[in-house]
Design a protein around this ligand. Structure first.
Ligand SMILES: *Cc1c(COP(=O)(O)O)cnc(C)c1O
Length: 429
């Protein structure tokens, strides 16, 4: 399998090349040059999540250096469950994607990428330095996934004083091969610094530099696996195609679900639940594509005004009519998020994080006729304990902390203060 840039320039590359490069040289995103075709019966022997992942991803790594290691990589990355839980009295189910080390769905993609990159290092090669600028959530998942991977170091750059204490702990609690830098500046300063580092000859002479962005194919593709496993479980149980509501920001999680359906998994509707950042819903409603600055909302991991994966979605469905038939999108503002968190706890005993609450709100608004057409699943993208300061006042009680997070909170934390200048970063690495 070969991969091409969405912008159509440059040569086709292999899976591992796409994974190590992150972005294509023309600034586009990598997409498969051809689509494999799979049917539910191709998964007959796959009973666990990691086996479904292996069957699904196998045609995408066919002929690649990583092909022989795929079984080990999927076993390594998918070593925690993604249970499907019925919401009592609500007529839909929730796919819990928050049982990984940092209690959010990004753990799946980050772990697959880390497991793959670790296997691409030749013994005795120069160290691989992964540089990550983070405004909070992504950095934790990447740091956790790469922690103690031999031959790889991670530098996480975050804006000092601008992330929550819980987020800071998730960035700074690792040690070993993970360094956390508290940058005296904004998130944009952190991003600028990472960008400058990538083109710095002095740094390039010392390290192989790579990123672990969410647009990386190695993070995107594995996210198709839990949608596939869920759709297969429902297909086997009731012979119907499941439909999904997915809390969306940069569209990585939703696009993975669309890719799963595209290769042949039994998936019906896919609905994107956005917060007040309405670029995608407005576009699907017929307005022209108009990226904008992001607005801060309660569902902060979805505060994206210019979603990069739209480029991949439009590459898959170049015709507007086909794109509109493939996905729909809704806007959920902060007041609706608050009401939904309080209301669903009272009505169903479920505690949502603010992102998951957007999907629950979309379900609540759905007319009964559409709701009964398909078994509906909402994706729970983070554990509510990660957003206690928002959730607890709304439900009037403490949110139980899962073991994964409790373990992180117990670890000692350490970070290095850093001025937002390239020479300071050079010295610190
Ligand atoms: C990143 C994130 C999202 C948005 O996912 P995308 O793939 O960017 O659309 C939603 N919820 C949580 C908790 C996240 O961390």
């Amino acid at each position: 399998m070969q991969y091409l840039s969405t912008r159509g320039e440059g040569a086709a590359v292999s899976f591992s090349e796409a994974l190590l490069a992150g972005l294509a040289p023309d600034g586009g995103l990598y997409v498969p040059a051809a689509w494999p075709r799979l049917e539910p019966r191709d998964f007959n022997a796959a009973t666990t999540l990691s086996q479904v992942a292996r069957t699904l991803i196998a045609p995408f790594v066919a002929g690649d250096t990583l092909e022989g290691a795929l079984e080990a990589i999927t076993a390594d990355a998918f070593d925690f469950p993604a249970p499907l839980v019925a919401v009592p009295g609500a007529g839909y189910s929730v796919l819990e994607l928050f049982h990984g080390p940092t209690a959010a769905f990004k753990d799946f993609g980050a772990r697959f990428l880390a497991a793959s990159m670790a296997r691409l290092r030749a013994p005795g090669a120069r160290p691989l330095e992964i540089l990550v600028a983070t405004s909070g959530d992504t950095g934790g998942a990447v740091a956790a996934a790469f922690h103690r991977r031999p031959g790889i170091r991670v530098a996480v750059l975050y804006p000092k004083g601008l992330v929550s204490p819980a987020q800071e702990q998730q960035l700074t609690c690792w040690g070993d091969n993970v360094q956390a830098f508290a940058v005296r500046g904004s998130f944009d300063d952190c991003q600028q610094l990472v960008k400058a580092a990538f083109v710095d000859t002095a740094l390039r002479a010392r390290f192989d530099l790579s990123s672990a962005n969410s647009i990386n194919l190695g993070r995107l593709l594995p996210q198709a696996a839990y949608h596939a496993a869920t759709a297969l479980a429902i297909w086997r149980a009731e012979g119907r195609a499941a439909s999904f509501v997915i809390p969306s920001g940069n569209l990585g999680n939703a696009l993975a679900c669309i890719w799963a359906r595209h290769v042949g998994l039994p998936i019906g509707e896919i609905v994107l639940a956005h917060n007040a950042n309405r670029t995608v819903p407005d576009f699907l409603a017929g307005e022209r594509w108009q990226p904008r600055r992001s607005i801060a909302t309660l569902a902060s991991a979805m505060d994206v005004g210019d979603p990069s994966n739209m480029e991949r979605l439009r590459a898959l469905f170049p015709e507007f009519a086909t794109l509109k038939a493939a996905v729909s999108a809704e806007v959920v503002d902060d007041s609706a998020i608050r009401r939904r968190i309080a209301g669903d706890f009272a009505a169903h005993g479920m505690i949502w994080c603010p992102h998951t609450a957007c999907a629950a709100e979309v379900m609540a608004r759905m007319p009964a006729a559409r709701r009964t057409q398909s078994p509906w699943v909402i994706a729970a993208t983070a554990h509510p304990a990660k957003f206690r300061e928002i959730v607890e006042p709304l439900i009037g009680r403490p949110v139980p902390i899962p073991q994964s997070l409790a373990r992180l909170y117990e670890r000692p934390s350490a970070s290095v203060p850093l001025e937002p200048r390239l020479d300071a970063l050079r010295d610190a690495l």
